[in-house]
Design a protein around this ligand. Structure first.
Ligand code: ATP
Length: 355
């Protein structure tokens, strides 16, 4: 179906894409009588143009940070956003923002990819590291706590590190390359953890609009297509799994969803749909958003999860803040727990960044 995609030479035989006039057409517009043909890459590009327009994701003149892990999804995101910005004159100031977790043999290699992307796409890159923000690298944390619960530290620190990096860049928005698989896994994990607060927002294309920096996921409905796009466009990305995530809870959810998908290909989209249609009972008390007394970061607890975890590390009590034990809860937290049993800033035992 997609023969000839990505090749520079004009394909022999068959119609050419009406938009780019170089690649062989893969699809004919079904609902019109016009003879309009799209190549796969043009269709991909156009559909994301529509996602951005229909969801009003950006305003002219905004500064936007792209969470760049060096992986395929964020690389496609950086490429597509910079192309759309140039071709359609969105007037956005785009930046690459990477978090260096300090994982030797994994993040150092993927950061090299992001540094090449910086040159390839002409987007300025900002790197923030766990070492400079928290005083610890993941290598050091894993040395202390082993390979159980390490993803909790990494997930909590990374989410906050991205926000901190975005603040340093003074951006209006942060976009990430979360795809449909990531969102379906997150829906399932939030159900398994009984995390109603996150379940209610994890399927939204934009979150955190009431906070300092809203976050967008333009690929939230993309299933398996990003790999194909990266392949045809010959994008430069890094494709190794994190060396510290073999026991990640998210990995089990991922396997389960993949098994479901094999039996029923729509399973992933249906899980997302269920998350979108989910309604919270008016009797459910939701955690109130405040600020961490220690670092000022948004938190529904006295201390944010990152500060609790960091305190544990610094005091040689790394299990502090893991699982359901909340060592530093205040009276308000007790109230919330008794009323609804939810765990608003519960530990996140998984390998992917959760929004
Ligand atoms: N270290 C990081 N620095 C910056 N952004 C990150 C980092 N890790 C993850 N992200 C952002 O969160 C999104 C989802 O995270 P996930 O862990 O699924 O990424 P990945 O599998 O390493 O790579 P990708 O999603 O880019 O293929 C990424 O697409 C990226 O936008």
């Amino acid at each position: 179906m997609m023969a000839g995609e990505g090749s520079a030479a004009k394909p022999r035989g068959g119609r050419l894409c009406t938009i780019c006039n170089t690649r062989r057409a893969a699809l004919k517009r079904p609902k019109t009588l016009e003879q309009v043909f799209f190549s796969f890459t043009c269709l991909f590009f156009f559909s994301h143009f529509l996602v951005i327009v229909n969801n009003h994701l950006f305003k002219r003149g905004e500064r936007v940070a792209i969470g760049a892990s060096g992986g395929k999804d964020s690389t496609v995101l950086a490429y597509v956003l910079s192309e759309l910005n140039n071709r359609h004159d969105y007037g956005l100031d785009l930046f690459l923002l990477s978090v260096d977790e300090g994982i030797t043999g994994y993040r150092d290699d993927s950061l090299e990819t992001v540094k090449r992307n910086e040159i390839q796409y002409g987007l300025p890159l900002k790197v923030v590291s766990y070492k400079e923000l928290y005083g610890w690298t993941m290598d050091e944390i894993v040395k202390l706590i082993g390979l159980k619960n390490n993803c909790t530290f990494c997930g909590v620190f990374r989410r906050q590190a991205l926000d901190r990096g975005a603040t340093l860049l003074k951006v209006d928005k942060l976009v990430t390359g979360h795809n449909a698989d990531d969102i379906a896994e997150t829906v399932l994990l939030n159900i398994l953890r009984g995390d109603i607060a996150r379940l209610s927002r994890c399927t939204s294309i934009t979150t955190g609009e009431d906070g300092p920096i809203p976050r967008c996921k333009p690929f939230k409905e993309d299933l398996n297509i990003l790999f194909t796009y990266a392949y045809f466009k010959k994008l430069d990305y890094f494709s190794t799994e994190c060396i510290y995530s073999p026991n990640a809870y998210r990995g089990f959810a991922r396997e389960f969803i993949k098994d479901l998908e094999r039996i029923r290909p729509r399973a992933i989209l249906d899980i997302i749909q269920s998350g979108e249609d989910f309604r919270i009972s008016t009797f459910t008390k939701m955690p109130e958003q405040g600020n961490c007394e220690r670092c000022g970061y948004i938190s529904s607890q006295k201390w944010c999860k990152a500060c609790v975890l960091l305190e544990g590390l610094n005091r040689g009590l790394p299990k502090m803040g893991i699982g359901r034990t909340r060592v530093l809860d205040n009276e308000r937290d007790k109230d919330t727990r008794q009323t609804n049993g939810t765990k608003s800033i519960e530990s996140k035992q998984c390998g992917t960044l959760d929004f």
